[in-house]
Design a protein around this ligand. Structure first.
Ligand code: PEP
Length: 255
């Protein structure tokens, strides 16, 4: 039954921060904190720390480990890349795809992201799929169109049963790492639009089962207000996820 699957989640995207020693310290700080909200917690360290992070958590805390990216191929001569099966082999079952930094700095297009999504789905991986408009698109009023094409181009060929493994993260590019947060009204408006799109494409039950996170300068001071919107199921957190106290204050704001 799809209805049972909408989850409360707070995920931390560590980006290119924290070496092995720093990863160890942050994980031990996270393990010492109490999750009183019941939200699922996910952390996404760098590739080189993934296996180590899984080992450090060692089922002693309810923290899942995700990768920040993966290659679309299953294996082969793709120097520097990492496949879904390699991630799974070190205990990582979730991957972030479509982050705006991947789109902007590494030229990831909808076509490529569709291939990555297909590969992750084939491997049974859970996906945190990021979408978001830039400032120009927000100001020119084309943001619904932008989000609509990012989602439909990459996800709408999937069967409903596969959409259940996709967590969406609405991350307006103008709010990422800028200290500028979208207003709760802007966030709720977009999340409701996304749910409505899924309902048109699939059905209401699927739409109500999909978890939709907000990301963009989310911090302890604004998390409660952002998460209290009815279509917001939690957050994808960048900067504030690098500090254990701040990250768990955000986790505990997601009730
Ligand atoms: C992100 O990069 O996914 C993000 C939300 O970053 P920040 O929280 O730092 O804006």
């Amino acid at each position: 039954m799809y209805l049972t699957m909408r989850q409360k989640i707070v995920a931390g995207n560590w980006k290119m921060h924290k070496n092995r020693e720093e990863t160890k310290v942050l994980i031990s700080e996270l393990k010492a904190l109490e999750n009183t909200s019941g939200s699922r917690v996910i952390i996404a360290p760098s590739y080189v720390s993934l296996a180590f992070a899984v080992k450090e958590i060692n089922n002693e805390a309810a923290i899942d480990v995700a990768a920040q990216n993966m290659d679309q191929h299953s294996s082969g001569a793709y120097t520097g890349e990492v496949s879904a099966s390699m991630l799974k082999s070190v205990g990582v079952k979730t991957v972030i795809l479509g982050h705006s930094e991947r789109r902007i700095y590494f030229g990831e297009t909808d076509t490529l992201l569709k291939q990555k999504v297909n590969s992750a789905v084939e491997q049974g991986m859970e996906i945190i799929f990021c979408i978001g408009e830039n400032l120009k698109q927000r100001e020119s009023g084309t943001y619904f169109h932008v989000i609509s094409s990012q989602i439909s181009n990459v996800l709408f060929h999937l069967e409903a049963k596969d959409v259940k493994n996709i967590i969406l993260a609405y991350e307006p590019v103008w709010a990422i790492g800028t200290g500028k947060t979208a207003t709760p009204g802007q966030v709720q408006e977009m999340h409701a639009f996304i749910r409505e799109m899924i309902s048109w494409q699939y059905n209401e039950m699927v739409a109500n089962s999909v978890t939709i996170l907000y990301g963009g300068s989310c911090k302890p001071a604004n998390a409660v207000e952002l998460f209290s919107n009815k279509d917001v199921d939690g957050g994808l957190i960048g900067g504030a996820s690098l500090n254990a106290e701040d990250f768990y204050a955000i986790v505990n704001a997601n009730r």
